[in-house]
Design a protein around this ligand. Structure first.
Ligand code: NAD
Length: 466
């Protein structure tokens, strides 16, 4: 934004938005070829810039392997682009629907139209995927877009800005960088749709700001996602999968299992298996790029504080691996037993490598524990008892579910992704994203004849027909 520095963030946002809106109005419904071209350019941009983008993300974190960025940011975003390109024609098709007698003998259709200019606000944890996956939906649906990355990933934001400028005109896609004040101004701008990914607390502010403009919002928020280990679960396969999902990016993943509900008589075996799995996946923490740093000193201190408070209040903290290094913001993973709701780690989303293990005696008790809390973004259930699985699927409500693994439902473009209640509103990915950022416009085409004409006044004649 070099040349715009002297201008206020509101003025920059307003000026880019008005240019994008004018461009949108000049071509309200871009054709298939143009939309495909934009998706192609997005993919070419990622290919040309992926090393620089991954390097910038590693620098923002301090310690994060480019492999994490490739697997969790770049691969799913490219898959989303390919999926959109493959299905775009079908998604754009006009849909004919049948008519009630009041429309007979006319015809009716639903036209999916771009909304206009979409604002996208992304968090820092998977900064590329969480910015560009919503963009795939926005561009596929024929919109223009303004992107606001997180102030906690400043290097990534800079590189993304340069990459976008190389492949897109500013009136197609533009990056707006800056801190929370810029973010607040951004969410107050009169977009035609806003996609916000971030915390529930900030999501609330964004929803309020957007409501003033009646801007529809897709809210992709967080929360405490439970993992339930059933009595029928095979710990040898379940625990490494749970630990993988928990320690990926050091727990800084929106759909990471936040805490585990474990049958009381299996807690000991569970903790031993968790330790073994952590040791296998991370043979050491020191100089290991696979184990991501905590993003900032503030977040590191917050997590250390959660552990300290739990310990002070009588919980047992079991280190899965040694190697906490505050200077490098490496936080060794721990399991916490004996945690309860007086401790912040059971009231707030953890977003770090801390796994409280809550024992339960009956499945009903486990479900009641989950249902007494905010609706989670994800729920994981491990087991082989199909009846118990059915009770969990029918007896809980969450943004999404993976059975017998963690995280993976997020990576499927045929599955809508989004939270419910405190974990979010609306969904994207694949066709869900396309629809979220389109207006489904109903059109009735009347025929030369009209059934309703029979009902015109004077109503004396009509009354006789009723
Ligand atoms: P955050 O809410 O602090 O910040 C997210 C974005 O909001 C950033 O770009 C920030 O600049 C912006 N922002 C800050 N103040 C704002 C304001 N007043 N108005 C508008 N925007 C503002 O979240 P974070 O710390 O970056 O990310 C972690 C959170 O995001 C966790 O709660 C996590 O669960 C959630 N998350 C959710 C998903 C999902 O897909 N549902 C994915 C990743 C992360």
């Amino acid at each position: 934004m070099g040349d715009r520095q002297a201008v206020s963030p509101e003025a920059v946002i307003e000026s880019v938005l008005s240019r994008q809106r004018a461009a949108y109005l000049a071509d309200i419904n871009p054709d298939l070829a143009l939309r495909r071209d934009r998706l192609d350019r997005l993919e070419r941009m990622i290919l040309a810039w992926q090393e620089r983008l991954a390097q910038a993300i590693s620098e923002d974190f301090g310690n994060r392997s480019p492999v994490v960025t490739t697997l969790a940011d770049i691969v799913p975003t490219r898959a989303a682009i390919r999926h959109a390109r493959r299905h775009l024609k079908g998604w754009m098709r006009r849909r004919r629907v049948s008519l009630a007698w009041t429309g007979q003998p006319g015809s009716a259709l639903i036209i999916r139209q771009p909304l206009g200019v979409v604002g996208i606000i992304a968090p820092w944890n998977y900064p590329l995927n969480l910015m560009l996956s919503p963009l795939v939906g926005a561009l596929a649906a024929g919109n223009r877009a303004m992107l606001k990355p997180s102030e906690l990933t400043p290097r990534f934001s800079e590189v993304l800005d340069a990459a976008v400028k190389e492949f897109f005109a500013e009136d197609e896609v533009a990056v707006i960088t800056g801190g929370p004040e810029v973010a607040a101004a951004f969410s107050a701008a009169p977009f035609d749709h806003l996609v916000f990914t971030g915390s529930t607390a900030v999501g609330r502010k964004v929803a309020e700001a957007a409501a003033r403009n009646l801007t529809p919002v897709t809210l992709e928020l967080g929360g405490k996602s439970p993992a339930i280990i059933d009595a029928s679960a095979d710990l040898d396969s379940a625990v490494p999968r749970l630990i993988w999902g928990k320690l990926l990016n050091s727990g800084q993943t929106c759909v990471a299992p936040d805490y585990a509900l474990v049958p009381r008589d299996r807690v000991g075996a569970f903790v031993a298996a968790a330790k073994a799995a952590a040791e296998r996946q991370y043979p050491r923490l020191s100089s290991n790029p696979d184990y991501t740093s905590i993003i900032s000193a503030r977040h590191f201190d917050r997590l250390a504080g959660l552990i300290e408070e739990a310990r002070d209040k009588g919980a047992e903290v079991i280190e899965l691996l040694p190697g906490t290094d505050a200077a490098r913001r490496i936080l060794a993973p721990v399991v916490v037993t004996g945690a309860n709701d007086t401790m912040a780690l059971m009231r707030e989303e953890i977003f770090g490598p801390i796994l409280p293990v809550i024992p339960y005696d009956t499945l009903d008790e486990a479900l009641a524990f989950v249902n007494a809390r905010d609706r989670p973004l994800a729920l994981y259930w491990f087991g082989s008892d199909r009846a118990a699985e059915g009770r969990v699927l029918n007896g809980t409500i969450s943004g999404g579910v993976t059975v017998n693994d963690t995280i993976l439902h997020l990576a499927q473009d045929n599955l809508p992704f989004g939270g419910v209640g405190a974990s979010g509103d609306g969904a994207y990915h694949g066709e869900a994203g396309f629809v979220a950022m389109s207006k489904e416009k109903p059109v009735l085409r009347q025929s030369r004849l009209s059934a309703v004409a029979l009902l015109y006044p004077p109503y004396g004649r009509v009354a006789a027909m009723l």
